[in-house]
Ligand binder design. Sequence first.
Ligand code: ADP
Ligand code: MG
Length: 532
Amino acid sequence: MASAYSSDAAYPPAIDDAECRRLIQAIKDWSIAKGLTVRPPPAAVSATETELASTLAMTAPVTLFPSPFPRSCFIEAQGAQQAYNELYAMISQDEAFLSRIVAEVAGGDDFTTQLWGVHERVKAEGYTHKHSLGIFRSDYLVHQETTESGREHLQIKQVEFNTIAASFGGLSGQTSELHKFLAKTEYPLLQASSKIATAIGYSLPDNTSSKGIAAGLEAAFEVYNRSETTHNDLPRCIVFLVQDGERNVFDQRHIEYAIDAPVFRVPFSRILQQTSVDASSPRRRLLYHHLCASGSARGTAGTIFEVAVVYMRAGYGPSDYPDESAWEARYQVERSSAIKCPTVLTQVAGTKKVQQVLATPSEATTSELGRFVADADRQATLRRTFANIYPLDTSSAAGRQAREWAQDPAACRKFVLKPQREGGGNNYYKDKIPAHLQTVPTEHWASYILMELITPPPVVNLILRNGQIEQGGVICELGIYGTCIWSNGDGASNNSILRNEAAGYLLRTKGDQSEEGGVAAGFGCMDSVNLV
Ligand code: ADP
Ligand code: MG
């Protein structure tokens, strides 16, 4: 195992130019044939060819070989997922706790405040939904530490927990399949690698992410059908709320096509045109109006569906809410009886402030974590995956200490500073922290968290991106998906959980010089684990 992480490792195997070209061609064909694809960026298609653009796909950036990943860490991360599902289902039901979180970040974070406003409006009139669906992804890096006795110790550490629009579950299953295919057909032909190829073949775990996520959505559809019995006059459907011009559409399509129920895609910007709340039903059921050929949204009875589940692949950041009508749209969804994935409460549960409150080291005997997860073993499972995270408030000792570290030119090098945002590109690393904080009024500092940097072991790989090979040191981020369904309003207890499943994994890999991840953002790429 150690050799996979040392700089002179024979992994990935050395390949000559001809072998590299062969591998690239094999990957391109497989990716297009099997939908390991994204839409080309608009800039790659000329303005006169907009019709053509909608017929095009290109290969998603991907590693030539599955990256080595410590088996023990992979098993540990998978083993923690059900505990994480339960934890976030419990947090989602603790409105008082979440309202304290929102109050703490309110000063510097209008978005979370506005989101909370939607919850308060619905709370005032009374929620009508009976159940919630979580499609979660817990993200990790492997932390490598040298112990006092000089031994290298590897431990999985959580980067963040995603409760909304956790992406790549569709493409990650395909990536595992691609690497399995290469291990069967191409790697054994490489001069340097026949032994390695055989070994890889046994080290690639199955990855059922798209099926697992689809199964969660289907289960929610069934739960709605069983529990909403007042009306049965309309066919029922699942709605995916998506962003306009989404390039990562095939990732979403893989999940959609694995669902055995009608699924419709509605752009977040068109919610008010394509859906309505049935005014005649006290349950406030959500209706989906399928566009007729003429383009008008309101059709005959045959084109109206009752929405059982709303799966949000949009709505997680300020750019999806350019004006008041976007907030009205979110309110319309929230106040309906449809099962939301996620509700506003679950979205707020996924803020980095919540992660910090759970993970701040504390002397206190009663931790926040303990309030949500009673079982001591489950608590320990979760706690082992926490990196140290600190608040930047003035009311706690941890916060005051963190403020000092964040401003100190030497101490800040151990940390990353994060605002309450999703979607990449928002963090400040190491010595950029003090300078950034200087631009933020001190009364807004409490809306940030300060997190210790996780230091992964060095791994080398080759990345195929836009037809070109990039080679060098990489960092691999593991995501474990989970699906969870719970009933609302019975008071938070484990009994409220109807479904709790792990659902496959994602490995995203980026060059070790880039601090932000994210394939869609152009930095990271798809990968799969070669367990070592
Ligand atoms: P986002 O919501 O933007 O995805 P993340 O918390 O996942 O925010 O941070 C983005 C990226 O920054 C991660 O994918 C990871 O590569 C890097 N990162 C975040 N936290 C840490 C950390 N504690 N140590 C090392 N890298 C980190
Ligand atoms: Mg992230």
